[in-house]
Design a binder for this molecule. Structure first.
Ligand code: ATP
Ligand code: MG
Length: 290
C-alpha cells in the first residue's frame, strides 16, 4: 500500500496536528533557479504519468481543499501543465445537485474516482461534508437523512466513513494525496481586495466568500479535526503554506513526484509468449520485400 513520503508539511498520523503551528508562508527557496526547477519537476511528472498509464495498476487521486482565494485553481493548472490531458481528469465539486442529495454523501465523489493508469484531481471533494456542512449544519436539513440528526456524533461518523473508504481505495491501488492550501486570513483579504480592484479578476469575486470569511475560526477547527482524523500513511494530508503561490506550487509538485517515485512504477514486462510473438512480428516486418 502507498506510504506517504516524508515532508515538513506532512500532517502527522497521530492526531497531533495543530493549525496554529502550521506555517502559511513557508521558508523561501530563493528565486534564482525557480524556472529551471519547475521545468525539471514537470518533466519528471510527465515521465511518471507515462509509466503510470502503461502499468495500468495504480490510480492517483489528488485532493485539493482550501479557503477561498488560496489558489486551488491556479495550483491545479500549474501542476498539470504539460501533462498528457488524456490521462488526467479534473472535477470541481460545487453545491450538490438534487440527484446527488438523493444518495449517500460519498456517492458523488465515488463515481468520479480515477481509473487505473490515470490521475484524477478533486477541486473540493467529499471533505466539504465535514467542512462547509459542519460550519453551516443547517445544510444537513437538505440532505434527506433518516431519523433524528445527532450533531454530537455525525462529524466523527462521517470522518470514519471517509477514512474507511480511503483505506479501501488504497488497498485496491489508488494513491491518494491530499493538499490543504493554508492561506492566512490577511493574505486572503489582500487577494479578495485584488479581485475587486482588477477588472480581469472581478468575475472571480463572490460576495459569498466574505460570508464564509466571517466563519474563519469555525473553518479552521473543522479543518484541524478533518486533517487529524484522516491523515494516514496511505492517504496523507499535506498542509502547504499558501501565502507565496510559487512556493506552494513547487511544494505540491515535489510531493506528487516524490509520491509517484516511491511506489516503484515500472513498464509492464512482456511474458515468454509475448516475446515469442514479438520475435515473429519482427521477423515478418524484416522479411517484407516491397
Ligand atoms: P472559485 O475559486 O471559482 O470560487 P469554488 O470552488 O469556490 O471556486 P464556487 O462555485 O464558488 O467554487 O463554490 C462552490 C461552493 O460549493 C463552495 O462554497 C463550497 O463550499 C460549496 N460546496 C461544495 N461541496 C458542498 C457540499 N457537499 N455541500 C454544501 N456545499 C458544498
Ligand atoms: Mg468560490
Amino acid at each position: 500500500m502507498f506510504d506517504a513520503p516524508k515532508s515538513p508539511y506532512l500532517v502527522p498520523f497521530d492526531g497531533s496536528f495543530s493549525i496554529s503551528d502550521a506555517s502559511t508562508s513557508g521558508v523561501s527557496d530563493g528565486h534564482r533557479h525557480r524556472g529551471k526547477h519547475r521545468k525539471l519537476a514537470r518533466n519528471k511528472l510527465q515521465q511518471l504519468q507515462r509509466v503510470l498509464a502503461a502499468g495500468d495498476r495504480h490510480a492517483v487521486l489528488l485532493v485539493f481543499q482550501a479557503m477561498d482565494a488560496a489558489g486551488k485553481d491556479s495550483t491545479i493548472r500549474a501542476v498539470m501543465q504539460g501533462i498528457d490531458p488524456s490521462g488526467c481528469q479534473v472535477y470541481s465539486f460545487k453545491r450538490p445537485s438534487n440527484l446527488e442529495l438523493d444518495h449517500d454523501f460519498l456517492w458523488r465523489t465515488s463515481f468520479r474516482l480515477p481509473q487505473r493508469g490515470r490521475i484524477g484531481i478533486f477541486n473540493r471533494s467529499h471533505y466539504e461534508e465535514v467542512l462547509v456542512v459542519r460550519v453551516h449544519p443547517q445544510i444537513l436539513a437538505s440532505q434527506k437523512l433518516p431519523g433524528e440528526l445527532k450533531l454530537e456524533t455525525i462529524w466523527d461518523d462521517r470522518l470514519k466513513s471517509i477514512r474507511d473508504q480511503e483505506e479501501h481505495l488504497a488497498r485496491n491501488g489508488t494513491v491518494i494525496i491530499k493538499f490543504w492550501l493554508n492561506v492566512s486570513k490577511d493574505e486572503q483579504k489582500r487577494r479578495l481586495l485584488a479581485r475587486l480592484d482588477d477588472p480581469k479578476k472581478l468575475w472571480k469575486f463572490e460576495p459569498g466568500d466574505i460570508v464564509e470569511r466571517r466563519h474563519w475560526d469555525a473553518y479552521m477547527t473543522a479543518y484541524e479535526d478533518a486533517l487529524n482524523a484522516t491523515s494516514r500513511p496511505w492517504a496523507p494530508w499535506y498542509a502547504i503554506p499558501a501565502d507565496d503561490k510559487d512556493y506552494m506550487r513547487a511544494r505540491v509538485a515535489e510531493i506528487i513526484t516524490n509520491s509517484l517515485e516511491s511506489i516503484g512504477l515500472s513498464y509492464p514486462q512482456p511474458s515468454e509468449e509475448d516475446l515469442v510473438e514479438f520475435a515473429a512480428s519482427r521477423a515478418e516486418l524484416e522479411s517484407e520485400t516491397d
